[in-house]
Design a protein around this ligand. Sequence first.
Ligand code: F6R
Length: 250
Amino acid sequence: MKLLVLKDSQAVAQAAAEHILSFIHSKPGLNIGLATGKTQEGVYKALIERHRSIKLRIEAARFFMLDEYLGVDAMSSVAFQGQLRSSFLSKVGASLEALEVLDGNAQDRTWESERFERQIQEAGGIDLQLLGIGANGHIGFNEPGSDFESRTRVVELHAETIQANFHQNEPPFKLPKRAISQGLGTIMESHSILLLATGDSKARAIAEMISGPITEQLPASILQLHKNVSVIVDEAAASLLSEDRHKSSR
Ligand code: F6R
């Protein structure tokens, strides 16, 4: 795992955008797996900013969703599909068809999960998968206890994940409790991975992901077994890393 510790969330977003740009330039028909959430917002903003000055050459790129809530209007601001389209893809010149969606309203979710896995396979795999991390160590929506071999499927969200992902003024009974998510086995087949974390709420998960035991209780720890993972975090998220690990990133 390559680790980069930077001052703050802005620096993390800028560095992540540069990392993604270097991939886009190296392979025009890139397959990129997109995560959502607060941590990624700054990255997408930084890429949109770059697009204004240098025009990202992403016409040939394909984008794959990492996860989606079940049963929400796909174009609403809660849905990850809606967020990705309105806050990123439409602003960098990506076509509507460039996004391979996970349909959280599919009647047959097993079929939908298998269809999505086939799309990835037929595209030749995901070249670069973006990931955030939950305070409990989830990646995608693979919560603690998820099978390391898991594939795309319907998952139950833990209460702390639901709490963390919504504004406090939204009553919890309205919020989706289930999602459809790439599995840990699916994520591990990505050719390379970029994981980002900011803020001290992620410090324990980052320390355990990097230096703790590889265990299904901390899903992100499986990334220790992947050969091509870059981790970019801010100082707050790195605050529980041992001094050795912290120094090795300087
Ligand atoms: C979202 C996703 C989640 C988030 C994680 C961190 O697509 O897969 O794993 O990356 O919950 O979310 P933020 O960045 O909002 O703290």
